[in-house]
Design a protein around this ligand. Sequence first.
Ligand SMILES: Nc1nc2c([nH]c(=O)n2[C@@H]2O[C@H](COP(=O)(O)OP(=O)(O)OP(=O)(O)O)[C@@H](O)[C@H]2O)c(=O)[nH]1
Length: 129
Amino acid sequence: MKNAIKVACAIIVIDHKFLVVQRNENMNLPLKWEFPGGKIEQNETDEQCVLREIEEELNIEVTLVKRLTSSFFEYPNIAIELIPFLANYEKGEIKLKEHKQYILLNKKELIRLDWADADLPIVKELQEL
Ligand SMILES: Nc1nc2c([nH]c(=O)n2[C@@H]2O[C@H](COP(=O)(O)OP(=O)(O)OP(=O)(O)O)[C@@H](O)[C@H]2O)c(=O)[nH]1
């Protein structure tokens, strides 16, 4: 895929559950579920991006555990490479800055959400971990 925009996201584990966030009505892909994260900026690594985005969007600190498999997806307006990292919650009180809501779910429950399309292969990979 040509010119895919790189987006890094975190699959954050808290008390053996996975934190997922819902996009709000005013964002692209309104009300779709996703993993918190965002576009990688110039002069930052994928890892730096995801740590920065988690601080910005959720107000918490995490540590990265493992990189999973990138998902490539072409939306009508944008092609993305979504780069997922498994992460552990470290500290801070969750305060959502951009998203409508967050929930903590176990692996099996994740499948039932209305995911952004690019996330589906990642949710599938998680089932096999
Ligand atoms: N953070 C995140 N973005 C995702 C996921 N899945 C997915 O398709 N995306 C897409 O990847 C892009 C992430 O960029 P972003 O969050 O920085 O950008 P945005 O479109 O909300 O805002 P912006 O473009 O105005 O800065 C969005 O187009 C978003 O729809 C995901 O799991 N996490």
